[in-house]
Design a protein. Structure first.
Length: 181
């Protein structure tokens, strides 16, 4: 598999994550409104070296093994500034995740980022199904799944930074995704 490519949308540049992104992640990520519905594996309170440790010990090794693909989200109008992160993971029932800094939320940027990485998942990586778990209370994430043709396939309970909540798993198949293009 080739190196993770830079991806582009109308307003965004998605650049492969690198260790140099740690400071920007550390600045924008550890906010309750950003992390409360993320997997409980995210340490909270977030340590001062949390981004550095995450990149060095988790994300970058997984990229090198060809198991995960992580991009920084940047506006074309300000390409030097990381505003979030979006990832694809070769895990059972957990294939895409993202976060976006508070001041950039509510602008449809995650819609754009999700569309281009979902295309990468199905076309470049050749996967047949995309599954995304989320806290049921994460209304914005649920609306994104609904808008993009995903369907709810399972509900159970999950551990999140904010506690134990009902968890939903959403999916879309390659055929369903292709039919919507």
């Amino acid at each position: 598999m080739e190196a993770t490519p830079t991806l582009y949308t109308e307003r965004l540049i998605l650049r492969p994550l690198e260790l140099a992104d740690a400071d920007a992640i550390q600045q924008h990520f550890p906010h309750w409104e950003v992390v409360r519905y993320l997997n409980a594996l995210v340490p909270w309170p977030y340590p001062a070296d949390g981004a550095q440790v995450y990149l060095r010990d988790n994300a970058l090794p997984a990229i090198a093994r060809g198991e995960e693909w992580h991009w920084s989200i940047r506006l074309k109008s300000a390409p030097e500034q990381l505003i979030g992160n979006i990832s694809l993971m070769n895990e059972q029932d957990n294939n895409r995740g993202f976060w976006l800094g508070l001041q950039w939320q509510g602008r449809g940027l995650i819609n754009e980022a999700s569309a281009v990485v979902t295309e990468y998942w199905f076309t470049t990586l050749g996967r047949t199904v995309l599954r995304v778990p989320k806290a049921a209370a994460n209304v914005g994430s649920r609306k994104l799944s609904q808008r993009t043709g995903m369907r709810l396939v399972r509900t159970d309970e999950g551990r999140f930074v904010g506690g134990v909540f009902p968890k939903e798993t959403w999916e879309i198949t390659r055929e369903e995704w292709l039919s919507r293009r």
